[in-house]
Design a protein around this ligand. Structure first.
Ligand code: PBG
Length: 328
């Protein structure tokens, strides 16, 4: 006969906070949090982002300060998104050694050295005037193979500026291999690649597109980002990226894709990252602003669930705040 009620009572281990804490299966560490930041060229003061309360487009000065604060709080990494003053069809600012992202990466390195892992998001959508993630053909589609050349050269520019790691997010086929080859050829054999392997065509990127000014002018990203209906396809993307040399893999967004995080974490032997994206941030902040849920508890619950699902690195706009809370 199997043991059960009334001898067995699961509530016994929930009686006090100390008991609950002792048997907790999941804990968050500041070092596994990564702060996404936006740096905008040519502004005198930080610009608030209306759909992301508390998040700004930084100036070079305010970004240095934010990086120092993140490092001070124990945050593990920072990922840089550049918003250039001028955009063109090729996204020329992406690989310009004097481009805003490269300047910001160098600034952060100057400020915190190796105190934060500095990741460079690698895509063209913030740099192109049409807002697409790559080179657009006259017919209006995103051309895979010519885009790879732009990514390869951008990766080199980012590594030269001091990025510890590059994170390709464009979902072009072969992008990890092309970037690996370029980095190795330029003497950056030891710069790892964190591949956004399973990046879904998600409605939850809405606020980010305001922040990064990278909404597509026409069409959408459904021909390269993944269909939210698919899970096995994510495993295939992860497999391909690992074969091309990815050192870490990322799932994005996080909360609607906890099952994908779990399946990937059970499959691979590299660290798994998850990106709690702008829309996840915005919907929680909006509900909290209305008094509809307990903001701080809800933030911790989402992050704990992403960790529990199997992500060991989490990108979140709350990184500094949460790192401070974890240390308090
Ligand atoms: C593309 C990129 C996007 C995000 C990160 N990198 C936007 C997109 O694919 O449209 C979204 C991040 C977020 O919503 O927080 N460079």
């Amino acid at each position: 006969m199997s043991a059960g009620f009334p001898e067995v009572r699961a509530r016994r281990l929930r009686g006090t906070a100390a008991l609950r804490s002792m048997v907790a299966e999941t804990a968050l560490r500041p070092a596994e949090l990564v702060l996404p930041v936006f740096i905008k060229e040519g502004i005198a003061d930080p610009q608030p982002i209306s759909s992301m309360p508390g998040v700004v487009q930084h100036t070079r000065d305010s970004l240095r300060k934010a990086a120092a604060e993140a490092a001070e709080a124990g945050v593990g990494g920072i990922i840089v998104f550049g918003v250039p003053a001028d955009k063109d069809a090729q996204g020329s600012a992406a690989d310009d050694p004097e481009g805003i992202s490269q300047l910001a990466i160098a600034d952060i390195r100057a400020e915190v050295g190796d105190g934060l892992v500095v990741l460079a998001d690698l895509c063209l959508c913030e740099y192109t005037d049409h807002g697409h993630c790559g080179i657009v053909t006259p017919g209006g589609s995103v051309d895979n193979d010519s885009t790879l050349e732009r990514y390869a050269s951008t990766a080199i520019a980012q590594a030269r500026a001091g990025a510890h790691m590059v994170a390709p997010s464009g979902m072009m086929d072969g992008q990890v291999g092309a970037i690996r080859k370029a980095l190795d050829g330029a003497g950056f054999r030891d710069v790892p690649i964190c591949a956004y392997s399973a990046k879904y065509a998600s409605a939850f990127y809405g606020p980010f597109r305001e922040a990064a000014e990278g909404a597509p002018r026409f069409g959408d990203r459904a021909t390269h980002q993944q269909d939210p209906a698919n899970a096995r396809e994510a495993l295939r993307e992860v497999e391909l990226d690992l074969a091309e040399g990815a050192d870490m893999v990322m799932i994005k967004p996080a909360l609607s894709y906890l099952d994908i995080i779990r399946r990937v974490a059970d499959t691979v032997r590299v660290p798994v990252a998850a990106y709690q994206v702008s829309g996840e941030f915005a919907m929680l902040e909006a509900a909290a602003a209305n008094g509809w849920l307990d903001r701080d508890k809800a933030i911790m619950e989402t992050l704990t669930s992403i960790r529990r699902a199997g992500a060991s690195v989490i990108l979140t706009y709350w990184a500094t705040e949460v790192a401070r809370r974890l240390r308090a």
